[in-house]
Design a protein around this ligand. Structure first.
Ligand code: ARG
Length: 572
């Protein structure tokens, strides 16, 4: 949806200033005080280019500017050009747009034909997902959704950590202590314990450690027994992961994993050698990156085994061959920042122009009461448990607010919406922090219904639904928009109109938290509106106009939440 008001202003200012309209549109802001106008063009950059004073440039531009059309009238305030548009026409246009576009409101096709690969969630198998994975999974999912909203074709890949020495050790452990019982009940829990035990044993007993390494080499050589066992570990893990992904409502286009690079790796290593990158160092094959002040990247260990990095190089090659992506994003914790710089640099040196298209989104950690939630050996808070507890706690909150359900149908509805609010709250709590920041997970803070929380936004949605139910008639955008003349109404409409641009900014910065912020701001304006006005009132025409406005706000909230993977309940 191209905003005709912005376009017209951009064209006029562009013509007067000798700038590209798109550039002007980028610079346009909205004055914080709506009395100052609707759109504002700051003249600082134009003044810099012309080596003049901003105030003078503003005066000059205003004198040369053709007034009228969608741009309305212009006022000069110091270095700013303020445009006063016809608000009635603007409101009518915004309402029509939202009512026509519905679930697609805010979406564009601007990047149609572009392909994005997002590598996210990507847990290591034989361990439960921990609370840490909520951030990774939901940041990745939101980035997929945000790009889709701009027309990108997105392939979300769950790149399982399913290959490496640790699985050789696990097989050795299974051979020594394990049996079929491992695969009954909570298999992942038992595999996790088995791994801890095997790891401890390997530290004490070099012979056992060697057995583990030998099993991994067998795996790499495709030994059927080793592969069959490994596959059962992987399947059991995936089943456990899927319980959580289903609860979160996350779907991947591809379930990949480190193991899938097995056949490609020899070619990858050949290529690195052919490009003169691979050198031997203490028996290992490495890529020296010291000229970039980075540690070397290891391709082969001294025992000939491959590494995480070898598999990532090979996987990147395979993905490019298959998808010819225009951009590929890896989402991981901050601790892999240096690693991804090494990886991207190595791919560049291997002669791949597409290495420029790789991005690493490094996110902060989730802590509970200041404790790091990512431990290798036990103690990690399981995501499955956190989600289950959230649902339980939320039901208590809902029951306390709404009173005990009287009928089974009521009880079912209560259970359903408290579940949606519980999961939504956990996701929102996480996404509202900027990606790079750490999170201190706090139950009360996460589940609160007031303040900057998911439940607050969801509640705003449910409340509009309830007003619309009370209204009882079909909602139409064909209303007298001139009746929506109060400042609170105009500010709401203006905010709704900014949704698409906000998605664009969130995509540019790879920052889903901007959508959380946007929704919280929208809901704050909604609450200002409720404080001053009633939607359903005596005046039928006014009610109809306000209902149309409420529906536009509701749709925008629902669409925003959908980008984040959060549900929009109709009742709460
Ligand atoms: N499995 C890794 C971990 O848990 C993350 C994998 C990220 N993706 C990648 N292609 N390296 O830390």
């Amino acid at each position: 949806m191209a905003n005709p008001f912005v376009e017209d202003i951009a064209a006029r200012v562009g013509a007067a200033a000798g700038l590209a309209p798109a550039e002007v549109a980028q610079t346009l802001t909205t004055p914080p005080n709506p009395k100052m106008g609707d759109y504002c063009f700051p003249c600082f950059n134009a003044a810099k280019a012309q080596r003049c004073k901003p105030n003078e440039v503003a005066q000059e531009l205003a004198a040369r500017l053709a007034e009228g059309g969608y741009a309305g009238t212009v006022q000069v305030v110091g270095p700013y050009l303020n445009f006063l548009i016809n608000r009635k026409d603007f409101s009518a246009w915004v309402l029509r747009e939202v009512h026509q576009r519905k679930e697609r409101y805010g979406h564009t096709n601007a990047f149609k034909g572009r392909k994005l690969v997002v590598d996210y969630s990507s847990p290591n198998i034989c361990k439960h997902l921990s609370i840490y994975h909520v951030r990774n999974t939901m940041v990745g999912y939101a980035l997929c959704q945000l790009h889709r909203a701009q027309g990108w074709t997105v392939v979300g890949i769950n790149h399982l950590g399913d290959w490496g020495t640790q699985f050789g050790l696990l097989i050795a452990g299974f051979k020594r202590w394990g049996d079929e019982n491992i695969f009954l009940g909570d298999a992942v829990e038992k595999l996790q314990d088995l791994y801890v035990k095997a790891n401890e044993e390997a530290k004490k007993d070099e012979a056992f450690a060697a057995e583990g390494r030998a099993w991994f080499l067998k795996l790499e050589q495709g030994d059927p027994e080793a592969l069959a066992l490994w596959k059962r570990f992987r399947d059991a893990s995936l089943a456990a992961f899927y319980e959580v992904y289903d609860t979160l409502g996350v779907k991947f286009e591809v379930i990949g994993g480190e193991s899938l690079a097995r056949e490609q790796m020899p070619r990858t290593i050949e290529r690195a050698k052919a490009m003169g990158l691979a050198t031997m160092s203490e028996g290992a094959l490495i890529v020296d990156l010291s000229d970039m002040k980075m540690p070397p990247l290891m391709l082969l260990k001294s025992d000939g085994g491959t590494r995480y990095e070898t598999r990532d190089l090979a996987t990147a090659e395979l993905r490019y061959e298959q998808h010819k992506f225009d951009k590929m994003i890896y989402v991981t914790g901050q601790d892999q920042k240096l690693y991804f710089r090494q990886l991207f640099e190595t791919l560049r040196r291997m002669g791949y122009a597409w290495a420029e298209r790789l991005r690493h989104v490094a996110h902060g950690m989730t802590r509970i009461a200041g404790e790091r939630m990512r431990t290798r050996t036990g103690g990690a808070v399981k995501l499955r448990d956190v989600l289950a507890e959230a649902v339980e706690r939320e039901l208590e909150i809902v029951v306390a607010r709404e009173a005990e359900a009287k009928t089974p149908a009521e009880a079912k509805a209560q259970a359903e919406h408290s579940r949606m609010v519980a999961i939504g709250s956990i996701i929102f709590h996480d996404l509202k922090r900027e990606v790079t920041k750490d999170i201190d997970f706090d139950w009360d803070e996460a589940l609160r219904w007031e303040g900057d929380t998911g439940a607050y936004v969801q509640y705003a949605h449910a409340r509009i639904c309830s007003i619309l139910r009370k209204y009882g008639k079909p909602v139409s955008a064909d209303v007298d928009a001139g009746l929506l003349s109060a400042e609170e109404e105009y500010l709401l409409i203006r905010k709704v109109s900014e949704f698409e641009a906000e998605i664009g900014r969130a995509v540019d910065r790879l920052e889903p938290s901007m959508i959380c912020r946007y929704l919280l701001d929208l809901c704050a304006l909604l609450s200002d509106f409720y404080g001053k006005h009633k939607v359903l009132c005596e005046d039928e025409r006014l009610s109809a106009a306000r209902v149309a406005l409420m529906e536009a706000v509701r749709q925008t909230i629902a669409n925003g939440l959908a980008l984040l993977g959060v549900g929009a309940p109709e009742e709460m």
